[in-house]
Design a protein around this ligand. Structure first.
Ligand code: 5GP
Length: 237
């Protein structure tokens, strides 16, 4: 498969066309960003770790019946992915209260959320990804009602699979963000799943093992991602 022009340069990944219109190449860069691009740094090895981490998680999800964008691992920092028509919303599930939830609502940081919450956000950096609901999605035509229903079902299914996967490796899946797209009439999990887009805490100490280390300037960001990968058995080399 031939790598062609760069189609999209995101904050941490680039998407390239290929000679097959059905497939794209997703490149995971070392760029690490927070606060809608307000803080950007290059972190050695992060592209490689996230590419392999994402590959591992997407394979687990496929095996559990969640259709994903992943096709195959191409190199240390690149994967071949299906060419989805992306839906411009983010789906967030929270198992533990923290982050923006505790800024918006009178909820104590760190409490378990039973049942977990589900939120939609619009993917729009300029507007800082505002929270939206099903009615906004319908009125503005961002997705059909059937697609909204499918995104909810799949996001909760991902929660069932990954909460257990991380718990078995001594971690709490605190919250995460997913994005979906359309592929041959089906709603498919797109983008990535890595510690850049979720919160993971050590089950015993509650130490942060995710991008909050970068957001909060705690250091040891890639080391924490590698620790998570190691605990799950992700092959990095
Ligand atoms: P919060 O709403 O608390 O900031 O984020 C909730 C969860 O979704 C966190 O795991 C966070 O990493 C993830 N998340 C929300 N928005 C984004 C985003 O725009 N990019 C990334 N990488 N993750 C996001």
């Amino acid at each position: 498969m031939e790598k062609k022009a760069e189609l999209i340069k995101g904050k941490a990944k680039s998407i390239y066309e290929t000679d097959d219109p059905g497939f794209l190449i997703m490149e995971f860069r070392n760029d690490t960003s927070a606060f809608d691009g307000g803080k950007i740094e290059q972190l050695d090895r992060k592209g490689m770790v996230n590419n392999k981490f994402n590959n591992f998680i997407m394979q687990k999800l496929e095996a559990a019946g969640v259709p994903t964008q992943l096709d195959s691992l191409l190199s240390d920092t690149e994967s071949v992915v299906k060419n989805l028509d992306m839906i411009p919303v983010e789906c967030v599930i929270r198992n533990v209260a923290t982050g923006s939830l505790c800024k918006r609502l009178p909820v104590e940081d760190g409490i378990d959320l039973v049942p977990p919450t589900f939120e939609f956000f619009l993917k729009d950096d300029a507007l800082h990804d505002p929270m939206i609901n099903d009615y906004h999605i319908r009125t503005f035509g961002w997705a059909s009602d059937e697609e909204v229903a499918a995104m909810k079902v799949l996001t909760f299914k991902v929660n069932d699979v990954l909460k257990k996967l991380f718990a078995d490796a001594g971690m709490i899946l605190v919250d995460y963000k997913l994005e979906f797209g359309r592929y041959k009439g089906e709603v498919v999990l797109g983008d990535e799943f890595s510690p850049d887009g979720c919160r993971l805490w050590d089950a015993e100490t509650r130490a942060k093992l995710d991008k909050d280390r970068f957001r909060q300037g705690l250091g040891g960001v890639v080391e924490a991602y590698e620790e998570v990968a190691h605990r799950l058995g992700v092959q990095l080399n």
